[in-house]
Design a protein around this ligand. Sequence first.
Ligand code: FES
Length: 349
Amino acid sequence: MSNKKIISTTSGISFEQQEGQTILDASIEAASPINHSCRSGRCGFCKVKVLSGETLAYRQEELSPQEIKDNYILTCARTAQSNIKIDAGNLSKITLPKSLTFPCGIAALTLLSNNVLKVTLRLPLIVRLDYLPGQYIDITSPNNICRSYSLATAKVNEQTIEIHIRKIEEGVMSNYWFNQAKVNDLLTLQGPKGTFFLRDDIVQQDIYFLATGTGIAPINALLETLEYLPESELPHSITVIWGGRKVEDFYLDLIKKFSNRALKINIIYTLSATPLNQLSTTTLTQYKETPYTQGYVQKVLLRLQPNLAKSRVYACGSTLMINAAQKLLIEKGLDEKHFLADAFVNSAS
Ligand code: FES
């Protein structure tokens, strides 16, 4: 008897799950990837509702008692035991670039601020890394610690790629990057991974990018991608809201970078911890061209009085911000299918 199971979805797409596969892996293999990030039961992005059929948990799932009662599962942690039907959002056929594992070397280490490091990685000449801007990679250090990092640019540039690392006190990987890493160190790269990339439903919509900390790195890659799109494929408007606790957190000058380009982008920096009236005159002068505001990114978005019915939101940063933004914006009328996110899961240490 065949051990294949059929997974059907409310989007009308069905795929097969082989014995031993998770539901998520089966969806990726079938080029209909369910939204996901960590693939290890921690971020919650692969959560779906089971409408019929039986599933079995491979590993512990972080779900609330209410979610369990309502038949939600994490598809990276479960396998189907019978043919099942799930509500997995608006799945579409997307061929994800193949994830590869290969060695790479550190080409350059550049401090972007006191606590953010740009790492340029050189890929072997024989490797062609295809990725969708917004996706992430896993890096394993010489001392065998593995962490995930979003790719910070839209394309491989002369066989190099760029990632941004935030310094975390007492973080073991952070300690490697900031105190031990040197040019030519050999690392292992696995990727690309994740489903955080631009969807094809952005034409004539209002796009909001929300970021905290180094969550701006994949947003930068997405903005670069938008620059290459023909006018007929562009959104109606593009707004970036970048949150930080203090001014030093805004380590990229996005305004300068994008100000003279054809693509019009509204860029807002927002402080969550330092009241504007407490910034020194020097700091304010230094940032006088910057449209600073105050408050959490999701609240700043609402202050712009968006038409949420024609908005798409892409959020990257802390799990705290993502959960709060998702809850608030959906409450205010954003379709849950139009909120895409990628959270820092293990890159913050
Ligand atoms: S919890 Fe499943 S992808 Fe993160």
